[in-house]
Design a protein around this ligand. Structure first.
Ligand SMILES: O=C(O)c1cc(=O)[nH]c(=O)n1[C@@H]1O[C@H](COP(=O)(O)O)[C@@H](O)[C@H]1O
Length: 305
């Protein structure tokens, strides 16, 4: 799976994914109005607004990018209706030829992880039939429970030729509270990195493993170390834009060949029209604002590669 994603990254010359993290506060009035006219101010109405918003953005950017990363929490807050909008979004993006990184950050004891893996990247058996429930191409995974909590994801990954991105060093301000703690003189994120390499050794798909790592853009000095520790691991790099990560900060996440990392931006793209830089587009043309924000992000990143 990672090889196919890399092909698409090379074709588009865009090592990015657009984070589809819709909040109602980002959705322009005319879209909200349309959804509420049909479904009222209900969970269905909110889900419809999210779907219309996502579709417009995807229609404006799909030809420029290799992938999207919907964050499931943004959908889950509207319950089952929100999850339907998530599924609709995943399917639509795949129809448009995009790789979908489901951002659900799952991880539990082995048997529970197995069910999560089935739901997101696997096939669920119902009688004699099998169904792909969420059907995303990649999934983010939380490794806190250790090998038996991660292995079921790796197994499904192998069976189905899917991919994972496992949290190694996250972008948020408190990420060091646990992740930077020294254990036998080495920070925890380095120990997790070693494990990610081990878990991924059996899942090579060309030069890179289908088991990737999440490495935040906001800690470039740590990215440099992690890049060396994990030469054949693809990095999903969030934290560019809204969280303050810059193109210069991203450079250490990439290998010499310009590969090795895919950079996410969510608010910076989907809510672009709300920022001063793209305000000229206005709410009516939010899709065009997102398109321009993608073009600018790609130019900015390619400048340092
Ligand atoms: O796994 C992630 O994607 C993730 C890991 C991390 O360390 N930091 C991080 O921000 N994320 C996700 O990346 C997205 C960042 O959104 P923006 O800050 O709006 O670009 C959100 O969906 C976060 O949940």
């Amino acid at each position: 799976m990672i090889r196919q994603l890399i092909d698409k990254i090379q074709k588009t010359k865009a090592p990015i994914c657009v984070g589809l993290d819709p909040m109602l506060s980002y959705i322009p009035e005319h879209v909200m109005k349309k959804a509420f006219e049909e479904f009222g101010e209900t969970l269905e109405g909110a889900a419809e607004a999210i779907w219309l918003f996502n579709k417009e953005i995807v229609d404006h950017v799909y030809d420029l990018i290799p992938s999207v990363k919907p964050q499931i929490a943004m959908y889950e807050q509207f319950g089952i209706e929100g999850l339907k909008a998530y599924t609709k979004t995943v399917n639509y993006c795949q129809e448009k030829g995009l790789f979908v990184i489901g951002d659900a950050k799952r991880g539990d004891i082995g048997s529970t992880s197995a069910a999560y893996a089935t739901a997101h990247i696997g096939q669920v058996k119902v009688g004699n039939k099998s169904f792909s429930a969420f059907g995303t191409d990649f999934l983010t995974v939380n490794p806190y429970l250790g090998t038996d909590g991660v292995k079921p994801f790796v197994d499904v990954c192998k069976e189905e030729d899917k991919g994972l991105f496992i949290l190694v060093k996250t972008s948020n301000p408190s990420s060091g509270e646990f992740q930077d703690q020294l254990i036998n003189g080495r920070p925890l994120y380095e120990l997790v990195a070693d494990k990610v390499v081990e878990w991924g050794a059996d899942c090579m798909d060309g030069t890179y493993s289908n088991v990737g790592a999440v490495v935040g853009a906001t800690y470039p000095e740590m990215s440099r170390i992690l890049r060396k520790l994990m030469p054949n691991t693809y990095f999903l790099v969030p934290g560019y834009g809204a969280q303050g990560g810059t193109a210069e900060d991203l450079k250490p996440c990439f290998n010499e060949d310009g590969l090795g990392a895919i950079v996410n931006s969510s608010r910076g793209i989907i809510a672009a029209y709300k920022s001063e830089k793209y305000a000229r587009f206005g709410g009516e043309h939010f899709g065009e604002a997102s398109r321009q924000a993608v073009i600018d992000m790609v130019t900015d990143i390619n400048r340092v590669l």
